[in-house]
Design a protein around this ligand. Structure first.
Ligand SMILES: Cc1cc2nc3c(=O)[nH]c(=O)nc-3n(C[C@H](O)[C@H](O)[C@H](O)COP(=O)(O)OP(=O)(O)OC[C@H]3O[C@@H](n4cnc5c(N)ncnc54)[C@H](O)[C@@H]3O)c2cc1C
Length: 373
């Protein structure tokens, strides 16, 4: 039994229900509401707050390391590589303009790729370095990557023989980013319904029915599914593999010299400074099958590999403690291109953001909002 007030405000049939309150879901709701101010837009989220990769990630505002871009160039050709970089770069600029650098904790402290001795990755990068910078210049209007081996010692790194740096990347505070985004979404009139797992979706001729817990049904005119790595729990036929990423954070390190974001070993490891300590993630390549999971857990094997990297490369000779460990679930597939499509007249999906959601989330959402009927 609802009162007329409840019926009008909270229980009227939404024009749009967005499933998933990650960066994509929240921006999709925001953009739809802006273009349809009279629409009733609801974001349903299974966690008590946003709970997916957007609040578990490493907070790199990055557009691709030299080795990744060259690998993409070789695999997909120059135009495809450039289009992807441009999309990521524009996404970062749009995100920073929409929420503000202070609100998202963006620090322009630079992005780095580091290479061990005799690293074949570096041989490839060195060979095509100028070619890469020349190709990127029209997008950025400047030289993007510079070799900076002298910085290796100043960051206190060991076993690293080469370093390439870009001034155009840096870390963000992913928690602050998502809190700012959620505040904005609520302020612009979107309803947020946490602790609401969607169990299944049923399309009917004139509406979509979302089946919730305890037999509850939520009817909507349109839905947008923004569940990223969890998508196959709702749409089993979509090619989105869950891909777990494990992370740890050290206690503050006295005199820490590390600044900025760092990629190592083809990006399988990534680390940055945070709060005077080091945040480090990666190691999925050690157990790809085991890390293809929805299980939000850490494993001793991968955590040990992360600690070894701290001890041998990032903080050589420095004592450290680990204050926190966690994992998050990405959505991946054979292609790095996200799936943003209209499944039917009333259902849009915007998923499979890979490891680049900070950069591309806002543009994926804009595209998704444009597809909603
Ligand atoms: C460890 C780690 C490190 C990363 N580091 C970076 C980085 O440094 N830079 C970068 O750009 N990207 C990084 N990423 C990737 C980035 O975080 C993601 O690409 C991005 O957050 C995806 O956003 P999303 O909104 O699509 O998904 P998510 O943030 O995962 O949001 C999906 C939401 O849907 C909810 N949900 C799922 N199923 C249901 C359901 N049935 N009912 C209701 N709600 C549901 C989930 O609870 C979740 O809140 C990292 C990811 C991980 C895991």
């Amino acid at each position: 039994m609802h009162s007329i007030w409840e019926s009008r405000q909270f229980h009227r049939t939404p024009d749009l229900v967005v499933v998933g309150a990650g960066i994509v879901g929240l921006f999709t709701a925001l953009f739809h509401k802006r273009s349809h101010p009279n629409h009733h837009v609801v974001v349903v989220e299974r966690g008590p707050f946003p709970s997916g990769a957007s609040v578990k990630n490493a907070g790199f505002a990055c557009f691709g390391s030299p080795s990744e871009l060259l690998a993409d160039l070789e695999k997909e050709g120059l135009d495809a590589m450039l289009a992807r970089v441009e999309n990521r770069w524009k996404g970062l600029l749009e995100l920073r303009a929409e929420l503000g650098d202070a609100a998202i904790g963006f620090e322009p402290s630079g992005g780095h790729e580091i290479y061990a001795a005799h690293d074949p990755l570096y041989t490839r990068v060195a060979e095509r370095f100028d070619e890469l910078n020349t190709a990127l210049r029209p997008i950025f209007g400047r030289t993007v990557f510079v070799p900076d081996d002298e910085a290796i010692a100043s960051f206190g790194l060991a076993g690293v023989h080469h370093l390439v740096r870009t001034e155009l990347e840096g870390p963000v505070d992913s928690g602050a980013l998502m809190a700012a985004l959620l505040r904005k979404v609520l302020a612009e009139g979107v309803l947020f319904r946490p602790r609401t797992p969607v169990l299944s979706i049923e399309e009917q001729p004139h509406e979509v029915v979302l089946h919730l817990q305890d037999g509850e049904r939520l009817r909507a005119s349109n839905i947008a599914i923004c569940t990223n790595g969890y998508t196959r729990q709702l749409l089993p036929d979509l090619p989105v593999e869950p891909a777990r990423g494990q992370v740890l954070k050290t206690s503050p390190i006295p005199g820490l010299r590390l600044r900025g974001t760092f990629h190592y070993d083809e990006g399988f490891y990534y680390f940055r400074d945070h709060g005077g300590g080091v945040l480090l993630g990666g190691g999925r390549n050690l157990d790809i099958a085991g890390e293809t999971t929805w299980d939000d857990a850490t494993t001793p094997h991968i955590q040990q590999a992360l600690e070894d990297l701290l001890r041998n490369v990032i903080l050589p000779g420095q004592p450290f403690g680990i204050v926190q460990r966690w994992s998050g679930i990405m959505g991946m597939g054979a292609s790095k291109t996200p799936i943003v499509e209209r499944r039917s007249e009333r259902v849009v999906v915007a998923v499979r953001l890979g490891g680049m959601g900070v950069a591309i989330g806002i543009r994926v959402a804009r595209q998704a909002a444009g597809l909603i009927g």
